[in-house]
Design a protein around this ligand. Sequence first.
Ligand code: CA
Ligand code: CA
Length: 678
Amino acid sequence: MKHSMKHDRHGPRRLPLALCLALACSGASLWSSAARAASNDNNVEWNGLFHDQGPLYDSAAEPTASTPVTLTFRTFKGDITSANIKYYDSADSQFHWVPMHWVANDATGTYDLWQGTIPASGSEKYYRFQINDGSATAWYNAAGISSSEPAFGDFFIIPGFKTPDWMKNGVMYQVFPDRFYNGNPNNDVTDGQYTYAGCATEKHAWGTSVVANVSGCNTEVFFGGDLKGVIDKLGYIRHTLGADIVYLNPIFRSPSNHKYDTANYYRVDPAFGSNATLRRLIGAIHDQSQDPRGYLILDGVFNHSGDSNCWFGAQSYGTKRCRKPGADVSQASPYYSYYTFQHWPDSYSAFFGFPSMPKLDYGASGSATRNQIYGSYNSVMQTYLAPPYGIDGWRLDAAQYIDAGGNNGSDATNHQIMQEMRTAVLAANPNAEILGEFWGDASAWLDNGREWDGAMNYNGFTQPASEWICGVDYSGNGASITPSQLDGWLHGTRADLPTDVQQTMSNFLGSHDTSRFATRCGGDIWKTYLGLIFQMTYVGTPTIYYGDEYGMQGGADPDNRRTFDWSQATTANGAVALTQQLVRIRNQYPALRTGSFMTLLTDDAHDIYAYGRVDQANRIAVVLNGTGNTETVTVPVYELSVTDGSQLTDLLSGSKYTVSGGSVTLNVEGHYGAILAQ
Ligand code: CA
Ligand code: CA
């Protein structure tokens, strides 16, 4: 749940200009100048330097305590005299040096490759490279290249930490259940069925306005979508689009259409079906005859409950009641400690002060609240991870605010709770995903290997993609960036995170908390095409908010939650067809999921951005055109060690290009791209 007033939105970590990013400053011309001219001349050629934690440069992406990590570093051939790894070991709080040795040239003969090995141990480590050519020294780490030793931005080694491989390799589809598909008209909320927070329920016809007839009552507008509808349309998600991970906005019993105010965590809302319907949905998603099997992530709203929850008990919704009175009904309630009262019963901590969302008080380790939410075998989180449900992960709503004593989190207690939660979740399902909601730099929950696997990537994908492609930020305010700025933003936000975390960040064009991408882009479907190509070739788990795959329109909440238009859900829609093609391409090429990321071109004058995705099997150059016109682009593919005379095939168009002089030249349509592979 977003609340725009107080979300902590750190800006992107924009790097100082002095830190020239590894390859952003390079171009085709270098091939014939610096590369050929490199020598031991007391000058390190920055444009030749490259390392990341991709499979060609790091022998163990997710090492255990017994795995040594061999690192490979690239320079221009003959450029340098020596190279060293310098790493900080948290075991002794000291820096250690590993001299590197020359091992090989690349396939083009343009580069030297150097290696060194960090010995195995269980402690976290952070490393950087020192590159020397005689009297000259350059430093290289995840943040970039500098002439003086960097103070931050090293690469991470976190032995024993692992993010789910299915999340790294999957494509996620986000469903807002009331608005996706009505699979069972018999369970629809009807006009005036009940009244909540002064609003009578309204049943609107599919395809009509999401705005309530009564002002201020938008969260009591219902369309009838449900879990049976997700089951019925699983073929569209799995086969038409090819997505294998379903993320559902909240589904538990709640009086609102968004269900971020939970009345009963142990029951599916009756308008969405029953717990048996949820089990049927999970069975259909997990169907082993599908290849690959699918995965389900549920939305966990654990910062606050609804005031209709019987733990709180001021109101009731639905039929199930606690046997004992709620905390707001009796100070003798067994749930009294679940909430924080400043003055019982009328003053209590709530999500941004909304009385309908009383904040859960997590107390100290071992508290009743912690056991209720995650700590015990019958806790909410473990119940759905275990049989007969067996969900694959939790998305944590408003997770930064989870805390004790009515405080709004982001402190030591919040991190302690998140660590306990991870331990409990992985004990119940070692392959489970923990996906946190945080709008800014989420590295505080992601850089230690003990809390989340990934986060909703507003900061490192949604925002820069919107600003570059649409010229507005995700709130729709004017903000435009160049390819150079985009590249610096992406580089900086990746550098904040361990590589396996980067690969499971949820990259979406829009969400239930932003206006629709297509609307931010002025309804130009070509900008959706460009957004999809970027999303499906970038680092992280592509996440499609239902309808974005056909360019669904909509402004801010509630307009971003319109009903799905099923007449668009075929490959007759160009964006749906492109989504299908892109998902297939992503599924076919592991380099697009877990390969290195290498900037190839940032042409601000022509609004062109090109990058490489590389592993042992494939070398792929992605070219994106941010203008509305066809542009002729020369891509320096030698940086991917693609040899002259070999061919690259555009996986989108099928066109083939022969490499000459270290590069290929091609025409790229406006607001479109090319995915050049070999
Ligand atoms: Ca040199
Ligand atoms: Ca229904």
